[in-house]
Design a protein around this ligand. Structure first.
Ligand SMILES: *Cc1c(COP(=O)(O)O)cnc(C)c1O
Length: 398
């Protein structure tokens, strides 16, 4: 049901969703599908989790929009719960992930200018190749995806991209630019690039190198965070705490866009009235949802589930690699990227075959398919989904 009235900036699978619950989606014809994408990790708690629906509805009966011109009763409680969950001092609420990243960039540049003493307009942020941090003109300026960039210039200066996971390249870039370096911005695991996991010593090295160069470490946990990897944040896997982290996607419980930059007060405390803001950032429904999401994660139940069920999930995918059905797989917890032999089928073709079998997933970069099932999924449903995947991979085997 695509419409000529819509800008064709997406090429969705030909399914028209009508309703959803838990890990299941129903289309307008009444057919059911397993949601193996979960809104790119926005639906970590499944569709329409009762506690999140209740928090939203209750808030709708009280007040729905305030704007930051006035205070709101749940804003401080949201800030307390979120900073507690993150082990950080301060948060700044926004709406989309890209806005959280923009916020982190601005906070880092302000710190670089005000505290480190970087000269006006000289500030540098080192990023990784194959990154995905959103779609604003500044953010696509440091993307290495030609499709995301082409024809959108002129681009914002002040960014330098180095190969992801390459400690030596990072060390060299930091050393050469230490004086004007405000921050290093990384995804702890690159989701959009196909769930790329860096070597275990990479983030610890980034932490050490940024400290030595008096620069900040910003980790974008928008897709990797909030339980997905079996940890609240993917950086916990390697014990590296950033100065700022960005959150989004699942922070809104799959109901509403909620994002935030969360960090140390020495950085986040520098933004003064007028320097940054958002009409909808920290709105009442966002606060109510954010609190409910923090409460759900504070128990550790979802993280433990992602770890346990994730082991089974990863083991089954590993088995498909051993059987020659997949070229490779990468993954941790309930997150995986699988590489199909491009001579057998494209990622898109596999997603279409999966759809015919009742599974919705999304290809990324040619022959890679990403899986991020809801953390709340039952083992039976997960196994059913994996059975369908296996059947598709057997079908395309020459
Ligand atoms: C999705 C994503 C973003 C952008 O979030 P939007 O809400 O689409 O703006 C930024 N960083 C990462 C790692 C993401 O996965």
């Amino acid at each position: 049901m695509s419409s000529p009235r819509m800008s064709p900036n997406y090429k969705p699978l030909p399914v028209v969703v009508a309703t959803a619950e838990g890990e299941w989606i129903t289309d307008v014809g009444g057919r059911r599908y397993y949601d193996a994408l979960a809104g790119y990790s926005s639906l970590n708690f499944g569709h329409r989790h009762p506690a999140l629906i209740k928090a939203t509805k209750d808030q709708m009966d009280r007040v729905t929009l305030v704007s930051r011109a006035f205070d709101f009763e749940l804003l401080a409680p949201f800030a307390e719960k979120l900073t507690d969950l993150c082990g950080m001092d301060m948060m700044l609420p926004m709406n989309t992930g890209a806005e959280a990243v923009e916020t982190a960039i601005k906070a880092a540049r302000k710190w670089g200018h005000d505290v480190k003493g970087i000269e006006d307009n000289q500030s540098l942020i080192i990023v990784a190749e194959e990154n995905f941090h959103g779609r604003t003109t500044t953010i696509v300026s440091f993307s290495s995806d030609d499709v995301a960039r082409e024809s959108f210039g002129p681009f914002s200066p002040g960014f330098l991209a180095v190969p992801y996971g390459d400690t030596e390249a990072l060390a060299k870039a930091i050393e050469e630019n230490a004086d004007r370096l405000a921050a290093v911005l990384l995804e702890p695991i690159q989701g959009e690039a196909g769930v790329n996991i860096p070597p275990d010593d990479y983030l610890p090295a980034a932490r050490r190198l940024t400290e030595e160069a008096n620069a900040l470490l910003i980790l974008d946990e928008i897709q990797s965070g909030l339980g997905r990897t079996g940890y609240t944040f993917a950086w916990e896997r390697v014990g590296v705490k950033p100065d700022i982290m960005t959150l989004g996607k699942a922070l809104g419980g799959g109901i509403f866009p909620v994002s935030a930059a969360v960090g140390r007060k020495e950085v986040m405390g520098l933004l003064t009235p007028g320097t940054h803001g958002s009409t909808f950032g920290g709105n009442p429904i966002a606060c109510a949802l954010g609190i409910a999401v923090c409460d759900m994660l504070a128990t550790g139940e979802y993280q433990a589930r992602a770890r346990e069920l994730g082991e089974h999930f990863q083991a089954r995918l590993e088995g498909m690699v051993r059987e020659g059905l997949l070229l490779r797989k990468r993954g941790v917890g309930m997150w995986a990227g699988i590489d199909i032999d491009p001579d057998r089928a494209s990622g898109r073709a596999v997603c279409e075959l999966l759809m015919d079998k009742g599974v919705l997933a999304k290809d990324t970069h040619g022959s890679t398919v990403r899986f991020a099932p809801p953390l709340s999924t039952s083992k039976e449903d997960l196994d059913w989904m994996l059975d369908q995947l296996e059947a598709v991979l057997v079908e395309i085997r020459p």
